[in-house]
Design a protein around this ligand. Structure first.
Ligand SMILES: Cc1cc2nc3c(=O)[nH]c(=O)nc-3n(C[C@H](O)[C@H](O)[C@H](O)COP(=O)(O)OP(=O)(O)OC[C@H]3O[C@@H](n4cnc5c(N)ncnc54)[C@H](O)[C@@H]3O)c2cc1C
Length: 374
């Protein structure tokens, strides 16, 4: 990529939520954008995602909230059923207007399809099965050597390559990945008629729940405590998750046979990571999970990732000097993102100690904070 004209150029590493939304935000501002993604095209796993109010607000900033709501399932109430069967309803704040839902459930492949389509429509080039092997600062630009033997010299390089970020390593940023002794399970099931919004159910040991992701489907989630960070064979996951749900009665017992039959069950470790020092080196910056990965329980990783792209673009608009823009970007994002990661760590600890009730005020305070503009 050569900037022989005045168009600024960016290379984004990773075509996940952060990478694709940043590509769209930059392309909208006239940047020439290329994305390299290590995985194969369309390789996104099939489980669902909760897009909280701040996620929808950030997507709305890119003009994409409407499409996500149409492809997913909008909702504004969470029904929490405690261990005694008592019900507590939470009305969620509607951050994108009183006439639109507060949040949405969506299948990950659908979200990625929407994000990818928009980035491509704006002229972004996306290369799959490709990554960076070396980075060097060179006269105010970043020179990247790619794994296919080619190289790019760009005005900006964005590492949006997730919690195990290779870009983070290449620029010498340190972010220890911490495992918190929990596994998160998700199973895609036909949507039960009563699951028109999120329902959670607290058990003696685990918490579970149902999140609608379309008119026809939902996902069942479960957090398992006190387990080593091991990998189980895919073939046994549905039966194992159904076993973990066995102590639950009522509506969970009703969906349990569907979990046992589900062909789409995932089990992922609860891990967090946070870059403490600078998120950038020269004109290279890390964003999304590469800079700050919260645990899934906060359902806020997508919001932080999309906000990153918007805020980064705003700061690049404000400063002609890219290094100054990256410094301002990190200054604006650090406290908000760190707070979500810190809350995640605290929740994981409280859940491990079976103190779910003590976690609720922390989760609530963090969501209140996230409701404030980015
Ligand atoms: C089980 C689970 C459930 C979750 N549920 C929710 C939820 O409901 N709501 C929510 O908001 N958040 C949720 N999260 C968190 C959310 O998924 C992440 O915060 C979000 O995906 C971060 O986006 P990202 O683009 O930064 O990283 P990623 O989504 O990890 O994307 C990184 C991309 O970079 C690619 N990549 C990696 N290495 C390289 C490389 N070296 N070169 C090129 N490409 C590379 C990867 O293949 C991937 O496509 C959940 C997380 C987990 C694990």
């Amino acid at each position: 990529m050569h900037s022989s004209d005045s168009t600024r150029s960016a290379l984004i590493v990773g075509a996940g939520i952060a990478g694709l939304t940043t590509a769209t935000a930059l392309a909208r501002r006239g940047w020439r954008v290329e994305v390299v993604e290590a995985g194969a095209s369309g390789a996104t796993a099939g489980w669902g995602l909760s897009l909280t109010g701040p996620s929808l607000r950030a997507l709305d900033g890119l003009g994409l909230a409407g499409q996500c709501l149409a492809a997913g399932h909008g909702m504004s109430v969470i029904t929490n059923v405690d261990v005694n069967g008592d019900t507590n309803l939470i009305e969620l704040p509607r951050l994108i207007g009183d006439d639109r839902p507060a949040m949405a459930g969506i299948a990950r492949p659908e979200l990625h399809r929407i994000l990818r389509t928009e980035a491509l429509r704006l002229g972004t080039r996306i290369h799959y099965g490709l990554s960076v092997s070396a980075l060097r600062q060179d006269g105010g630009r970043t020179r990247a050597e790619l794994t296919d033997g080619t190289a790019r010299a760009v005005d900006l390089l964005v590492g949006a390559d997730g919690i195990r970020s290779g870009v983070r390593d290449l620029i010498g940023c340190v972010a220890p990945i911490r495992y918190h002794g929990q596994m998160v399970w998700r199973a895609r099931v036909p949507r039960p008629g009563w699951a028109d919004s999120i329902h959670t159910f607290a058990g003696e040991s685990h918490q579970t729940g149902v999140v609608p992701i379309s008119r026809s489907h939902a996902y069942v989630f479960l957090t398992e405590n006190g387990v080593p960070s091991d990998v189980l064979p895919d073939a046994g996951l549905a039966a194992r998750m159904a076993d973990l749900l066995a102590p639950f009665t009522g509506r969970v017992a009703e969906v349990r046979p569907e979990v046992a039959r589900s062909g789409s069950v995932i089990r992922r470790p609860v891990r967090t990571a946070l870059v403490d020092a600078s998120w950038s080196d020269g004109t290279t910056v890390v964003i999304g999970d590469a800079a700050h990965a919260p645990s899934p329980q906060m359902a806020s990783g997508a919001a932080l990732a999309i906000e990153d792209g918007l805020v980064l673009t705003q700061e690049l608009d404000r400063y002609a000097d890219i290094r100054a823009a990256l410094g301002a970007f990190t200054d604006r994002r650090r406290e908000r993102c760190s707070a979500v990661v810190r809350t995640s760590v605290a929740i994981a600890r409280l859940e491990q100690e079976r103190r779910h009730r003590d976690a609720y005020p922390l989760i609530d305070a963090c969501h209140q904070r996230m409701a404030q503009p980015a």
